[in-house]
Design a protein around this ligand. Sequence first.
Ligand SMILES: Cc1cc2nc3c(=O)[nH]c(=O)nc-3n(C[C@H](O)[C@H](O)[C@H](O)COP(=O)(O)OP(=O)(O)OC[C@H]3O[C@@H](n4cnc5c(N)ncnc54)[C@H](O)[C@@H]3O)c2cc1C
Length: 398
Amino acid sequence: MSEQKSKIYDVVIVGAGPSGGQCARLLTQKGHKVLIVDRVRDLSLNNFSSAGAPLSILEEFELPKSVVATYWNKLTLVSTNFEKKWISPEDKGVVMDFTKLREFLLDEVQKHHGEVKLGWEYKRHKTLGDGSLEISLYNSINKKIENVVTDVLVDGTGSARSITGKRDNPKNYVQGIGLEFIVKTKKEIDSKDFQFFLGYKYISNGYGWIFPMSNKEYKIGVAWYPQYLKKPIQPAEYIEKIIEDYLGLDKKEYTITEKHGGTLFYNSKRKDTYQNGRVVGIGDVVSSVNWLGGEGIRYGMRNATLATKYIDEAIRKNEFVFSQYEKEAKGYLRKEYWIAEKLSKLVYGKLSDRNITRGVKVVSLFHFDEILSVLFENQYSRLFVVINRYLRKKFFKR
Ligand SMILES: Cc1cc2nc3c(=O)[nH]c(=O)nc-3n(C[C@H](O)[C@H](O)[C@H](O)COP(=O)(O)OP(=O)(O)OC[C@H]3O[C@@H](n4cnc5c(N)ncnc54)[C@H](O)[C@@H]3O)c2cc1C
């Protein structure tokens, strides 16, 4: 095992997910000396995310069309006994290629003279006499250790929290697991329909989805919350049910070209480590994901953008205090995050199959833009509007 002399950076970011990539991209644009590392040697090896999002993600983060697998203009909610489809003449969202998204962010980093190291794992760090941090990185292929020195260390390692750890009471971390198949078929399936499944027929205590990609490929998956399960489930069987029962595909009519998935750990008390001296946590490390639907890319990138502001300021002032970042990050959509958690607990943990179908019937009275504003913009007060609409329709037939 060989060890090399330390190299010096302003910021070292561990984790090249959407949050780490966005953080590195913005800091290099501001002229800082940045290193971003990830333990995978090729980002396609952890292509775990379905990467669905509203169309606004492209403009908000200046993402090119090359990261888009497909655009969708329909949204379907399927429950055990009822389904609703919304259709728009314009595109409303995208399904991205998760690998291409992260590769794009790393290309941007290199374009602005940042350094990228794939296949390197964060092992440990220590504080040096001048307050800077020395980090040990390990390359498992050539068994090499490299030490680097930095003013700021960013933990962008997602739910693993490889640097900051899960230090709060284990009870406060709720778990969501997703399994997804990439399915190829020659049969005609709507390639612009973003479909969600709720209710016990297609997945109990969670939700399922069909997200179109290009070339007659579809991301079909299920997500579930182990803490709500009364008995163990076979997630692959639920996915097959969506493919065979819902889409009506015979085994010979489709091939599964890839299987992947991941686990998210979410701290419901907002007690993650946002900052500890010169270490800053971003993205899923600080539970930035929306817990109702598991949408984490936009929120992780937003959180990274916020952190960048404080990291830039700290380096320029040579004052490495990040308490204001923690305050602002925790305050962001505080009420909305709380409601999303409660709704998630209700829908995936408490409601019977019949009541889920009833709920889907109620939300079916939303117009397309209204349902999108609830799902993607956290406008939960609109739920009262639609409940009112439902009651009037039911009792006054209006
Ligand atoms: C099955 C599934 C489907 C999803 N679908 C969607 C969706 O449709 N839309 C959406 O917006 N969100 C979705 N999400 C959530 C979204 O993918 C995450 O919220 C988002 O990826 C979080 O980004 P991040 O950068 O914080 O962390 P991650 O994307 O998890 O990135 C962390 C990176 O850190 C690296 N790493 C970890 N430990 C170390 C270490 N010790 N050393 C070096 N590197 C390390 C990992 O290899 C990884 O690349 C989904 C999640 C799952 C599990």
